[in-house]
Design a protein around this ligand. Structure first.
Ligand code: CP
Length: 303
């Protein structure tokens, strides 16, 4: 594994092997002594805001004994502001670090960076495109919480058009047998056609379901998402779709006892805080799984 650009590039065997490594990483994290990535440096280039992805990648690298240099808000505080191209930035930074973690606002930016980089590039999200490492930790979450990755009904809820974590999750889970996606979204933000086609070509089924309560009754996983305000061309369009699907105690009451609620976070009102205390609310545990999963990825990329 060199670059990590798309969830489509992970084979079933890659995913299972990374999950196994991440389980070992949970132990290493608990014991507090990491593998020897001493002397290795991760560069984190973030052109868009982040809490979870940047800090969990940094935590993962530090826990493995490596070091981190980073630029957050690179759109404003890197030489991009002087007109430097992404490609030139990567050609420079590759000389400073052993792996680059890149979040960028443009679809395809991670692939462009990988094309010119001598060191591994790991995408931390490219605009409304993909977020492959989130998909890996989401898949890990399902494996951890439900003890299986097949025969699953997953309700994808919210902004499925601009929600990059959803695209990557569909690509990744479609690798496994008997996967059924229920798409619960406003009509103006459906799951993109190419993502649906990828899933169905791999044997997953994709169905539109406008009723969140009905989806809750049928699902093993409810994957709630934020409406991606920053991707909308007009505030009017955003206001028209926000708040259409909210998980609250009424939805909880219709869920299976063993089902879980996931969310890549941050949330912006689409899960009521009263849901947090329910054991089926897995989203904070999910965010914590980001560290062992990213430890596994870094160890693999720098092996
Ligand atoms: N899930 C996720 O990508 O969160 P951040 O934007 O905080 O990194």
């Amino acid at each position: 594994m060199k670059h990590v650009i798309s969830a489509k590039h992970f084979t079933n065997a890659d995913i299972l092997s990374l999950i196994e490594t991440a389980i070992q990483m949970e132990q290493i994290k608990k014991q507090g002594h990491g593998l020897n990535l001493a002397g290795r440096i991760m560069g984190a280039l973030f052109f868009e805001p982040s809490t979870r992805t940047r800090l969990s990648f940094e935590s993962a690298m530090l826990r493995l004994g490596g070091q981190v240099i980073s630029t957050e808000n690179a759109r404003e505080f890197s030489s991009a502001v002087k007109g430097e191209t992404l490609e030139d930035t990567i050609r420079v930074v590759e000389g400073y670090v052993d792996v680059i973690v890149l979040r960028h606002h443009e679809i395809g930016a991670a692939a462009r960076a990988a094309n010119v980089s001598a060191v591994p590039v790991i995408s931390a999200g490219d605009g409304a495109g993909e977020h492959p490492t989130q998909a890996l930790l989401d898949t890990f979450t399902i494996a951890r919480e439900l003890s299986r990755l097949d025969d699953l009904t997953i309700a994808l809820v919210g902004d499925l058009m601009y929600g990059r974590t959803v695209h990557s999750l569909v690509y990744m889970l479609s690798q496994f047998p008997k996967i059924h996606f229920l798409c619960v979204s406003p009509s103006t933000t459906p799951l993109p056609r190419d993502v649906v086609d990828f899933a169905t070509t791999r044997g997953a089924s994709v169905q539109i379901e406008n009723d969140l309560g009905r989806a809750a009754e049928a699902s093993d996983v409810i994957y709630q998402t934020r409406v991606q305000k920053e991707r909308f061309h007009s505030m009017e369009d955003y206001e028209a779709v926000k708040g259409q699907y909210i998980i609250d105690e009424h939805i909880l009451a219709r869920m299976n006892e063993k089902a879980i609620i996931m969310h890549p976070l941050p949330r912006a009102g689409e899960i009521a805080p009263t849901v947090d205390a329910d054991p089926r609310a897995a989203y904070f545990r999910q965010s914590h799984y980001g560290v062992p999963v990213r430890m596994a990825l870094l160890a693999r990329c720098l092996a």
